[in-house]
Write a protein that binds this ligand. Sequence first.
Ligand code: AP5
Ligand code: MG
Length: 267
Amino acid sequence: MLTIEAEKAGPYNRSAWLYGTRGPCEPTGLFPSRPFRMILLGAPGSGKGTQADMLRHRLEVCPLSTGDMFRAAKDIPEEKHGPALREALAYMRRGELVPDETVVALVSERLACIRCRYGFLLDGFPRTVAQAEALEKILHAERIPLDAVIQLDMPLEEAVARLGGRRTCSICKATFHLAHKPPKVSGICDRCGGELYHREDDRPESARVRLTEYERGTAPLVSYYAKKGLLLPVAAAGPPEEVFEKTLKLLEDQIVRAAATAERSLV
Ligand code: AP5
Ligand code: MG
């Protein structure tokens, strides 16, 4: 079922990420000359999904969201779930947070996506310092360098307001906002005609719990990646296109800086 839906979702077929090892993944054209490997960091509602969508078109990078993976799991027949996904869903059914080891196991089941010649844009992973350390080990073992960690920075109250107005496509997962980015036809996705829905965890009570969890568990990643010289903080208020342009500029500077450092280390 998901394969058909992924086909309807257009050229960026992420079913390998959503399915795990069993997912098909077809190259969508020529591989980019320079694959980008990046992480998107930011509170719920800060615009990670929105920016991921814009970045994938510009940089031909494959966006991989752990949140999307969990939400897609309910459409995948249980016998097709890998062991880590089965374990994660059991935690979620009990209303518990999915532990770091399980999330890391889920990502490890999808190593092909990490190795992909389109590069990757991780959205929602890593979410804790323990997950970041595990990712570092994976990348080190694979000899894959990380280019940048884009941190979308915004006041938490604004994030709650954004989540209240968000609507998500049930098929291609595109996001809309009732005030900032309304669909052309109410309740219908502009891109694929899918039905739009309000995510269960976007209700104000759930959104606040997620924001508190972000402050506790994920915000420490800001200093973690700053110390590694990878952090690119971007003010996430303002129209999405403006945030996007600022992000591209910072990325360009970061790539030039990294290239200069590599050259210096050769002489
Ligand atoms: P996940 O789906 O990753 O949720 P999240 O991190 O809370 O982020 P969101 O998707 O809610 O927000 P976003 O930043 O993508 O914002 P968006 O672009 O849509 O994870 C869900 C859950 O899964 C987690 O709570 C956790 O339980 C679990 N999970 C996931 N990963 C995990 C992990 N690694 N470990 C353990 N558990 C994990 O934008 C929001 C709205 O604002 C949209 O309506 C959009 O149109 C609008 N908008 C965006 N940008 C702008 C702008 N510049 N101006 C105006 N409006 C804007
Ligand atoms: Mg998102």
